[in-house]
Design a protein around this ligand. Structure first.
Ligand SMILES: Cc1ncc(C[n+]2csc(CCOP(=O)(O)OP(=O)(O)O)c2C)c(N)n1
Ligand SMILES: [Mg+2]
Length: 563
């Protein structure tokens, strides 16, 4: 872009200036890539250059950073690490998280000559990016970096990949007339708030307020839009219960009188029952995917429905709609509220009371487990302790598998200021993502919940956390195995697996607290349920990364979804 300010500079200087201009505070990588850019970052910016023990954890840290802040997370790898980076982008792709991945690439002068470490990496990025491009000429640094930010945060956010020429992206050494122009609008999600058309707003409000037993299903789009306040206001005005997807769990605190919990596969029984019983569903910022709908069983396809999404391609994908509303969630919900007739809300008293009764029945059914004093500890008890002791502004980061099931179903957020981010399916995501979230929001407490199998994946990043003083708290539900697999192996063995079958999913017993201490972090071993609250209190005050190693019951299985 010729704005008259162009001057001769290296790609490295330009890239460092642009990252600073976009408000990037941390980048995550395994060296060596864009080395000269890193040298320029040191000279020209205060950006922290976090080098990790693997490219996948670098992406996961960038992902946690992005989901906690709404700003693109930046991660990098040289050519040989590129596919490790691509593998890590898969969760960000599934979760619609804005990540920008930079890799080294091929040199046209030598490609196809069996260059050391080199293959064509570009195809591997196709399925996990919104934009996958090469930067072959240094004059393209400014516009390509701007396009990367623009695509990552626009519409439904998602990952972007730029491959720089040279196995380490040595193109950054070259000089050209460059303008490191920054478009601040695209420095975070959402750059725009498209307004819905008036007719669809009016039609949808009419349907919603005339329904007898309506429910709202809120997804991650509500977080991306920052629409939680508008969501609660509409639900309160019309007296409509709200269920969330796992990705949308922080759309509404669990303690809100209209909150019925997470619906779908990793869910709470009462939420599934209420959504299944609804005669009208309003989907907001959710893809209506298999996880959120328990493979389209909850609600049943054919239920009268409306859907709000910023992406028109999402509208009606899985549920035929009476009204499709294309717009930003915050704006759309606010407009719906302004047209709503509050007087009919009283008609739904029985429906709302019934929903609250189902919620209370759920709490009564699991009271024993949530308050259990059993040793080894029940995971439900950990969830209940976390609900009780999370600070008002905490960011809670949760792994997948049983971790997703336990926390999705059993944990409650208690304040609208709390955030909840979760793995979209990859075991091992949460620990590094929690570190990235802490980088993005160092003033907020970050507490990660992971199983031991999940923690093993990237345990080396404890050293990174200590080195960079990333003082996140990681609670490991340590049952000595990946016991979510137990049911599946029982089935595979035609009933009950053999004793030897357990070698497929169990590990040696391990004391993660001791490992944490050896690596310079704080390690707290918890063997009795009464010790959990004290451990959390100590951890949240610590000025170091903390691992709380909770020894739990390997036979404890999370309840399965009802439909
Ligand atoms: C990358 C990846 N590989 C495999 C899986 C399948 N998987 C889901 S849960 C799980 C075991 C989880 O073990 P752990 O983290 O210890 O939790 P637990 O079930 O023991 O509570 C596995 C292997 C996955 N989700 N992601
Ligand atoms: Mg385990």
């Amino acid at each position: 872009m010729m704005l008259g300010h162009n001057r001769k500079m290296t790609g490295a200087e330009c890239l460092a200036d642009m990252l600073k201009g976009y408000g990037v505070t941390h980048v995550f990588m395994v060296p060596a890539v864009l080395r000269r850019t890193f040298a320029e970052m040191e000279k020209r910016t205060a950006i922290k250059r976090i080098h990790t023990h693997g490219e996948k954890s670098a992406v996961y840290m960038a992902d946690g950073y992005a989901r906690a802040s709404g700003k693109p997370g930046i991660c990098m790898a040289q050519v040989i690490g590129a596919l490790n980076l691509a593998a890590g982008l898969r969760d960000a792709w599934l979760a619609h998280s804005p990540i920008i991945a930079f890799t080294g690439g091929r040199e046209p002068k030598t490609k196809f000559r069996k260059v050391y470490q080199e293959i064509d990496d570009m195809p591997a990025f196709e399925p996990v990016t919104k934009f996958n491009a090469t930067v072959d000429n240094v004059s393209r640094f400014p516009d390509m970096v701007r396009q990367a930010f623009r695509v990552a945060v626009s519409g439904t956010p998602g990952p972007v990949h730029l491959q720089f020429r040279g196995n380490e992206g040595q193109i950054d050494l070259e000089e050209a007339e460059l303008e490191p122009l920054v478009e601040e609008k695209f420095a975070r999600v959402p750059p725009f708030r498209p307004e819905p058309d008036r007719d669809s707003v009016l039609a949808s409000v009419k349907l919603l307020q005339s329904a007898e037993r309506p429910v709202i299903v809120a997804g991650g789009g509500v977080r991306a839009s920052g629409a939680a306040t508008e969501l609660a206001a509409l639900a309160e005005a019309l007296q409509i219960p709200i269920a969330t997807s796992l990705n949308g769990k922080d759309s509404i605190p669990g303690k809100h009188p209209l909150s019925v919990g997470v619906v779908g596969s990793y869910s709470r029984e009462s939420a599934n029952r209420i959504v299944a019983d609804a005669d009208f569903v309003c989907f907001v910022g959710t893809e209506t995917g298999g996880m959120t709908t328990h493979f389209w069983a909850v609600p049943k396809i054919g239920v009268p429905a409306i859907q709000i999404d910023i992406n028109p391609e999402a509208l009606g994908r899985n549920y035929p709609l009476q009204v499709a509303i294309n717009g930003d969630a915050k704006i759309t919900l606010a407009q719906m509220l302004s047209h709503a007739d509050h007087t009919g809300a009283a008609r739904r008293k029985a429906w709302v009371t019934g929903a609250q009764m189902l919620r209370n029945e759920w709490a009564a059914k699991y009271k024993g487990a949530l308050e259990s004093d059993a040793v080894p500890i029940r995971p439900e008890r950990i969830c209940a302790e976390l609900s009780k002791h999370m600070p008002d502004d905490a960011i809670v980061v949760v792994d997948t598998g049983h971790a997703g099931m336990w926390m999705g179903g059993m944990f409650d957020l208690t304040s609208p200021r709390q955030s909840y981010i979760r793995s979209a399916g990859h075991l091992g995501w949460a620990f590094p993502a929690g570190l990235g979230a802490k980088c993005a929001a160092s003033e907020r407490p970050v507490v990660t919940f992971t199983g031991d199998a999940g923690f093993w994946y990237h345990i080396a990043e404890l050293e990174t956390a200590v080195r960079w003083e990333i003082n996140a708290v990681t609670l490991v539900n340590n049952n000595g195995g990946g016991n979510q697999s137990k049911r599946g192996f029982d089935r595979a063995y035609g009933g009950e697996q053999t004793a030897q079958g357990r070698e497929l999913w169990t590990f040696n017993p391990m004391n993660f607290a001791r490992i944490a201490e050896d690596m310079g972090a704080v390690g707290i071993r918890v063997e009795k349920p009464g010790e959990i609250s004290g451990a959390l209190e100590r951890a949240l005050k610590a000025d170091r990364p903390v691992v709380i190693d909770v020894v739990t019951d390997i036979e404890a299985l999370a309840p399965l979804a009802v439909s």
